[in-house]
Design a binder for this molecule. Structure first.
Ligand code: CO8
Length: 258
């Protein structure tokens, strides 16, 4: 791949969007590569956590590529939006836990891809925003939907209507960032959190993720029934047997992936 780098080590995949000269802006080529990369990763059983970051030290992703959009027709704009949505839906729903390591600008499509990850750990120099209305368009990679779900309708509307940029601390206060760390400790902080997640039952983590994601689009009663079914199912796993027996025997649990 030309604009996306993938490294796998110790059950952690690191995906780097790497177009630093354009501050990692997402053009069609990069979106296609990301879609391909996420399709591959979701099949890899030896990968349990995916960390997504931007190349260079200034920007995570500075949005969709404006130089590509400037001459696009409505049909081309819609096609680009649908391609991104396909790629980001894969990212959001892959069985692995996904962490966005936000190392600088996360504007427009950058904020939107970060929101498609399960968790956002952000460097102190991170800047979030949805500048689309200032360009005469609207967020088109899921921003009008995921931002409102993540930080609430009122705050999402304010950010989208004003195009205000917010810093890392403000993003943390709003619930957009899970954690803020010094820039030079960003990847270490992501790996440290990945390590804590890896020490848990990975099958259970994966089921918990799918329950949270699916439940967000359901009414509470049906979502609770779905949780009860999945909860019951976990009682058939080795990890449930081992995790509970280890607790009662006062020893560390040796959890596998089922
Ligand atoms: N697209 C294309 N090129 C970009 C982008 C971008 N989004 N952002 C930066 N670049 C390029 C610049 O053009 C510049 O290129 P060059 O060196 O060839 O002139 C290079 O990256 C460096 O950028 P700057 O010189 O501007 O760097 P600064 O440090 O001065 O500023 C900023 C950094 C503040 C990030 C500034 O570059 C900026 O405002 N960028 C645009 C941010 C933006 O508006 N993003 C939203 C784009 S719209 C979007 O994401 C919509 C998603 C939905 C699309 C729906 C489908 C069609």
């Amino acid at each position: 791949m030309k604009n996306v780098q993938l490294e796998v080590a110790d059950q952690i995949a690191t995906v780097t969007i790497d177009r630093p000269k354009a501050l990692n802006a997402l053009n069609t080529e990069t979106l296609s590569e990301l879609k391909e990369c996420f399709s591959e990763l979701e099949k890899q059983k030896d990968v349990r956590v995916v960390i997504l970051t931007g190349g260079g030290n200034k920007s995570f992703v500075a949005g969709a590529d404006i130089s590509e959009m400037v001459n696009a027709t409505p049909a081309e704009g819609r096609a680009m939006s649908l391609l991104a949505m396909e790629a980001f839906n894969k990212l959001e729903n892959m069985p692995q836990v996904t962490i966005a390591a936000v190392n600088g600008y996360a504007l427009g499509g950058g904020c939107e891809i970060a929101m498609s990850c399960d968790i956002r750990i952000v460097a102190e120099n991170a800047v979030f925003g949805q500048p689309e209305c200032g360009l005469g368009i609207i967020p088109g990679f899921g921003g009008t939907q995921r931002l409102a779900r993540l930080i609430g309708k009122g705050r999402a509307k304010e950010l989208i209507f004003t195009c205000d940029r917010i810093d890392a601390q403000e993003a943390y206060r709003m619930g957009l960032a899970n954690k803020v760390v010094p820039a030079d400790q960003l990847m270490r902080a992501c790996q440290e959190m990945a390590g804590r997640i890896l020490s848990k039952g990975s099958y259970a983590v994966s089921i918990a993720k799918s329950m949270i994601n699916a439940g967000m689009d359901m009414d509470l009663n049906n979502a609770l029934k779905m949780e009860a079914d999945a909860f019951g199912f976990t009682f058939s796993t080795h990890d449930k047997e081992e995790g509970m027996t280890a607790f009662l025997e006062k020893r560390p649990a040796n959890l596998t992936d089922f």
